[in-house]
Design a protein around this ligand. Structure first.
Ligand code: BGC
Length: 349
């Protein structure tokens, strides 16, 4: 009897030890399946074209902060204007198994294959500010770029250019926003009988090319009434080059982004307008969408429409830009806290 009892006890002990071992080894298998990923931590990879232009640092800081508040960690990469570098950054994010990839693309037509790989790995992709064409992206979030061009054109008309001449100094043709802005601008010019005397583009948004253009086309430029500049950084170089020819303040100059120096030029009289694009709103909304997508949720809201990128119809959020002139500088730029009064009026005594 005693022998039998011992046997049963040994069997019971053996059974429970085997069970314990089995449970342990299950846990180990689960933990090693995805070693790169922390439990429950949402991760977003964000690749920027570059941080040369003032606005992008603001976009980055607000996006990262907003995502953090929503429980996601953001890995930010700077591609320094190099398309190949940007592709490698996206591939790195794929390897890291992030939940969502957000891209400010350098070349709107160069990322189809890389984005295909992201999708095959089950990662959602957001095109931030610039549309990515012919690619399987999940969301495009930007400003209404056509309206940016219309506002530039409208400001020239408001300043009496109808029937006159303009030179266009645009941004990178690889950036989808550039043709949107320019087409809308041209429409306003055509409707008001303004001749486009010449046009050029700054490859890779390199603004120094704009100055070179103005120096090498002195006669043509001085015969025009206005220079349409693709953004404020371009306008900066154009106004400097015009100043050398004693033309600053005599020609109408446009821009976009509401860079601090552009706002200063506007109140000083060497640029007539810029376009304020509330990047706080854009970055916040994008972070909200990225986190929702990371959680597998659909993007919804009154601001969500659709757009075609040549491959598919995809959800799209477009925010409204605002024209800024001397007259509404205080209301739009200072009251919103975008720049302080001291900074904007720094050189006005
Ligand atoms: C953006 C502008 C910016 C430019 C250069 C464009 O795609 O819409 O705001 O100034 O890129 O970075």
């Amino acid at each position: 009897m005693r022998k039998n009892e011992k046997k049963i006890l040994v069997l019971i002990l053996a059974f429970f030890s085997a069970l314990a071992l089995c449970c342990c080894s299950n846990t180990v298998t689960q933990d090693t399946q995805n070693p790169d990923k922390q439990e429950d931590k949402l991760t977003i990879g964000m690749s920027f074209d570059s941080f040369v232009i003032e606005r992008w640092q603001r976009d980055r800081d607000i996006f990262v902060q907003a995502a953090k508040e929503l429980g996601a960690e953001v890995n930010v990469q700077n591609a320094n204007g190099e398309v190949e570098e940007q592709k490698q950054q996206i591939e790195y994010f794929i390897k890291k198994k992030v939940d969502v990839i957000v891209i400010v693309c350098i070349d709107s037509d160069a990322l189809s294959d890389t984005i295909k790989s992201a999708h095959e790995a089950g990662i959602k992709v957001i095109a931030y500010d610039r549309l990515i064409n012919n690619a399987d992206i999940d969301l495009y979030i930007s400003f209404d770029n056509e309206m940016v061009g219309t506002l530039m054109g409208q400001s020239l008309i408001d300043n009496g250019i109808a029937g006159g001449k303009v030179v266009m100094v645009g941004g990178s043709l690889a950036d989808n926003n550039v043709s949107l802005v320019e087409d809308a601008f041209e429409k306003v010019m055509n409707d008001n009988n303004v001749q486009i005397a010449d046009r050029t583009h700054c490859d890779g948004w390199r603004a120094e090319l704009a100055a070179d253009y103005i120096y090498s086309h002195r006669v043509l430029v001085s015969d025009c009434d206005a220079v349409m500049c693709g953004n404020d950084n371009v306008a900066s170089q154009v106004v400097n080059a015009l100043a050398v020819q004693r033309l600053a303040g005599k020609m109408l100059v446009t821009g976009q982004d509401a860079d601090l120096e552009a706002c200063q030029r506007i109140v000083e009289g060497t640029q007539i307008m810029t376009v304020y694009k509330p990047v706080e709103k854009l970055a916040h909304r994008a972070a909200e969408c990225a986190v929702a997508m990371a959680k597998g949720q659909e993007i919804s809201g009154e601001d969500v429409g659709t757009i075609s990128n040549g491959k598919k119809e995809l959800p799209c959020v477009k925010l409204e830009p605002v024209m800024v002139t001397k007259d509404n500088m205080d209301e739009v730029i200072i009251d919103s806290g975008f720049h302080s009064r001291e900074e904007v009026y720094l050189n006005i005594k």
